[in-house]
Write a protein that binds this ligand. Structure first.
Ligand SMILES: [Zn+2]
Ligand SMILES: [Zn+2]
Ligand SMILES: [Zn+2]
Length: 365
């Protein structure tokens, strides 16, 4: 493949992937289906369900047109191929064109089928129909109930547009690219199934823990689905959910920045060389918590003892603190707005005020 074609192909693939999965940069530039078709989609606050029925349909049509766009773009990028004179074009390109056309046309047919009798065939309408009951006769009534509750300002909402989680007084909703999953709060149980921790790292501004929760409904016609929330939002979610949250896998949930930091801190200290107590003497209990034996010793290890270019100082205190207390002390002396600087900063020893960094903390063995 010659270079203009190759560069066009690479650029198109990259743009398409970004358009479909919309990273933050694309979203802030307004290159999303929601933004481009804003005037037709209307307002999410006025009619939440109607908005998403339209949004998912448009998204399907736009995404299915991407291969066709590639073909048209290539006909401009490589005019010598004469891709626009469809009858003369060679076999591979003709097959590609046919497949792209089929894909796009079938999406149109699917969307037309969905739209019959005021969108009653759309997957969202079908999901609504599963919740029809005497109190909510007809899927229109279910849609109205969700629309009304979505307008209230005290709803819980979080997550990126492709996996948004919304909890209203009566409903748990997950908005994804092509669908909305819904469950009635009074009918569902929620289980924490997993927690993923993203440690302190240079490219991540703050440590995060993402919890995965499984929402299952006792209504057999409503399928279960998983939602993801940040552990710092877990308390708000729990307040809004009236269903009890079970913790099946005994997942430990760290709700504050300091708790999250402690995990990273502990892992970092484990890498440092251990300090052997002379004569194998018993350790006194930590003077911070009086619960566990002191198990940390500060030694200036980050730079050679005679070098002058480090701000760290030698601490001559005996081991007095346990790792958790020292970690909490370390976190409490940091700029709470800039957690990315925490691991690389220096704090004074809690007893003698000699400055130390994480490399200077030795586990006592
Ligand atoms: Zn302690
Ligand atoms: Zn000290
Ligand atoms: Zn140091």
């Amino acid at each position: 493949m010659e270079s203009p074609e190759l560069s066009f192909t690479l650029a198109y693939v990259a743009l398409s992937v970004c358009f479909v999965f919309t990273p933050n940069e694309f979203r802030s530039a307004g290159l999303t289906v929601q933004n481009l078709f804003q005037s037709w989609l209307g307002s999410e606050d006025v009619g939440f369900i109607q908005y998403h029925v339209r949004r998912t349909s448009v998204t399907l049509l736009v995404h299915s047109a991407l291969p066709l766009g590639y073909y048209l773009g290539m006909s401009l990028a490589a005019p010598e191929k004469e891709l626009l004179s469809v009858l003369q074009v060679d076999g591979v390109w003709r097959a590609f064109l046919l497949l792209s056309l089929c894909l796009h046309l079938s999406s149109w047919m699917l969307v037309l089928y969905w739209s019959l009798s005021s969108w009653s065939n759309h997957p969202i309408s079908r999901a609504l129909r599963a919740h029809v009951r005497p109190a909510l006769p007809g899927w229109g009534a279910v849609a109205t109930s969700i629309n009304t509750e979505f307008r209230r300002i005290d709803k819980f909402a979080t997550g990126p547009p492709a996996a948004r989680v919304i909890v209203t007084d009566g409903w748990v909703l997950k908005v994804s690219t092509y669908h909305i999953h819904l469950a009635l709060q009074s009918e569902c149980h929620v289980t924490v199934t997993q927690s993923r921790q993203h440690q302190f790292s240079p490219d991540l501004a703050s440590p995060t823990e993402i919890l995965t929760l499984r929402v299952e409904s006792i209504n057999p016609s409503v399928g279960g689905f998983s939602i993801s929330v940040n552990s710092s939002e877990y308390a708000d979610l729990r307040d809004k959910l009236r269903a009890p949250i079970r913790n099946s896998a005994n997942v430990v949930i760290h709700q504050t920045m300091s708790e999250l930091f402690l995990e990273t801190f502990r892992a970092q200290i484990d890498l440092n060389p251990p300090y052997r107590v002379p004569g194998g003497q018993e350790m006194e209990s930590c003077i911070g918590c009086m619960q566990t034996p002191a198990n940390t010793k500060l030694l200036r290890l980050c730079t050679a003892a005679d070098s002058e270019d480090s701000e760290c100082e030698q601490c001559f205190c005996r081991p007095m603190w346990c790792l958790s207390c020292l970690g909490r002390w370390f976190a409490s002396r940091q700029d709470q707005q800039r957690p990315e600087t925490w691991l690389s900063s220096r704090v004074p020893c809690p007893t003698c005020r000699a400055k130390f960094c994480v490399l200077d903390i030795c586990p006592v063995r």
